[in-house]
Ligand binder design. Structure first.
Ligand code: GRF
Length: 186
């Protein structure tokens, strides 16, 4: 199975997927390409593992530039900490083949501007009892697609944005490989 991964940041989720493939946790899969929409450490992680990686500058023509780079035989496009919004045409062209991870219990705390620490700040602000992470199919709307896998945990007394972010990352690393296996098996 051929996978393309899109990144914008540190790429810790990308690293987790690279490791999971290398350790056989995600069988019969290969990352053919990593694409970033800005300079980021995610590109370095791909380079370190000999995975083809390119930078396509974010902006109005990003989606059409990206479409040209997606190999013909791609089975799955994985958004791993990716911050640009793919346009309707691209999403429909690859319908059912694009998944995203989001650091909250969608449909809560999703949508425009809800990324990274902003999500955790909003969750704490709202005095939520729990948080977690969600892997979902990408549709033209933001963070709205069918949920593939979600895992929650209770927020502790005195939880901070930093401690919450840490716990969320652990949940992400647990559910992302499982979600990928689920989608590739279907
Ligand atoms: C993760 O929390 C992910 O859920 C969100 O952005 C963060 C990316 O982290 N979309 P990384 O780049 O994978 O380290």
């Amino acid at each position: 199975k051929n996978i393309v991964i899109l990144v914008s940041g540190s790429g810790s989720n990308l690293q987790r997927i690279i490791d999971a493939i290398e350790q056989g946790e995600i069988p019969n899969a290969k990352i053919d390409l990593v694409v970033a929409d800005r300079e980021c450490f995610g590109l370095q992680r791909a380079e370190n593992h000999g995975i083809k990686n390119i930078l396509i500058k974010r902006g109005k023509t990003f989606s059409e530039n990206l479409a040209k780079e997606i190999p013909e035989n791609t089975d799955l496009i994985v958004l791993a900490g990716f911050l640009s919004i793919l346009n309707k045409e691209f999403v429909e062209n690859f319908k059912g083949k694009i998944i995203n991870i989001h650091p909250s219990l969608l449909p809560k705390f999703g949508g425009k501007g809800m990324w990274g620490h902003h999500v955790h700040e909003a969750v704490l602000e709202a005095k939520e009892k729990e948080s977690g992470a969600t892997v979902h199919f990408v549709t033209p709307g933001i963070d709205e697609g069918e949920i593939i896998l979600q895992k929650s945990f209770e927020i502790s007394e005195g939880e901070t944005v930093e401690t919450l972010a840490q716990k969320i990352h652990q949940v992400e690393y647990e559910i992302f490989p499982k979600a990928i296996n689920k989608v590739l098996a279907d």
